[in-house]
Every structure is written in C-alpha cells, then in structure tokens.
Design a protein around this ligand. Sequence first.
Ligand code: COA
Length: 198
Amino acid sequence: MNKAPRTTMNIHRPDVQAMKFEYEDITLALVQDEDSIELFHLIEKNREYLRQWLPWLDMTKKEEDTKKFIKKSKDQYAQKKGLQFLIRKNGVLIGIIGLPKIDLENKKASIGYWIDQEQQGKGIITKSSEIVIDYCINELRLNTIEIACAIVNRRSKAIPERLGFKKVKTVKNAENLYGTMVDHDIYILKKEPVPNKK
Ligand SMILES: CC(C)(COP(=O)(O)OP(=O)(O)OC[C@H]1O[C@@H](n2cnc3c(N)ncnc32)[C@H](O)[C@@H]1OP(=O)(O)O)[C@@H](O)C(=O)NCCC(=O)NCCS
C-alpha cells in the first residue's frame, strides 16, 4: 500500500459530498443517504464485536438510527465541522473512518474508526488513517490531530503509535461504555503543513 492515493476532495468546495480517496482496492468516500441499509447491515454483522469498544451500539438498533447518523454527518459536512468516510474494499463496505470534530479555527481535529472484524489486521485502518491525516494537515491546514483510545484497546492504540503520535495523557472515566466507565489514552500528532507552492 505505498502508492499515493488518488483524491478528489476539498472541504471548502460546494461539492464536498463528492470527496473521495482511492488506493489500490480501497475507497474512502463520504457517507451518503443511499448507504444507510448497507451500513446498518455491517453494524448488525459486527454488533457484539463493536460493542466491546464503542458506546453507540444500543442506540443503533434499526436502519432509521443509521439514517439519523447519516443526516447528522451531512449536517456536519455542510458546517465544515466533521467528515465521515465509508471504507470500501472492491466496492464492498467494510468500515468507517471519521473526523467527528474538525475545528478549523483552532486547526485541530480528532479521528475515530472501526472495521469489519473479518477485515482486521490487514493494515486498512493504518493506511486509511494516514490518508485522512495527510488530508487534515495538507488540505485543511490543521496542525493537531487527536486519537482517543480505551487504555485496554491494544489494536486501536497500535494505530496512533505506529503513525508517530505521542501519548499525552490518560483521562480517567472518559466514556460510559454500557454502564462501565472507561479510561482513555489520548494521542496527539502535531505537524506543520507542507508550504503551498508559489
Ligand atoms: C482498532 C481497529 C480499528 C484496527 O483496525 P485494523 O484495520 O485491524 O488495523 P490495522 O490492520 O491497520 O492494524 C495493524 C495490524 O495489522 C497488521 N498489518 C498487516 N498488514 C499491515 C500493513 N500493510 N500495514 C500496517 N499494519 C499491517 C499489523 O501487524 C497489526 O496487527 P496487530 O494489531 O495484530 O498487531 C479494529 O480492530 C476495530 O475496528 N476494532 C473495533 C472498534 C474499535 O476499537 N475502534 C476504535 C475505537 S478507539
């Protein structure tokens, strides 16, 4: 996976919803209304596995809930406050990588992700994160990217660690995971954008 991704994207353009990245057999494209059934089926397939790590599974019980998530994501695109990319392999939906909190003013964003259990361990989230980080730094001109992981989520923590993030702190009781308060490790990447060519 070392070829540069093909991209068509710019958060500042009116056609932001057409934003897309492609590398090898993987595509990242912004989630759209027509994705709701496929996305809901992927969540259903992975419900028990994802529920170990993510707090929203019990709020996503029917396709209608996925539609609400997509609507919220599209509202965020419109306000330039967030982006949610569906990850497809050879056209088949396998996961999501998102920037749920883009802060253009303060030049920072956070990244979240999950992938179909069967597609784990192939480097797909690592590579997708690299692409999204490059977009944040060099297109959105951000300089701080954050990833928060439960302290026991070894696979998730391996991603920022592999990509050169620094662990800056542990937040106690950061998230209520179905009644259990979970501590998070917070990873930060600070980078200067490549200067624009004159
Ligand atoms: C955490 C999660 C997103 C990781 O996704 P992933 O696609 O499996 O991550 P990657 O494959 O990029 O991670 C690298 C793993 O693949 C291996 N790998 C294989 N090929 C690779 C490649 N070309 N490049 C990098 N790593 C590669 C690495 O050795 C590593 O294996 P290990 O975790 O067994 O040590 C996934 O496990 C998941 O969805 N978990 C549940 C939800 C969740 O926890 N989300 C995060 C909440 S903070």
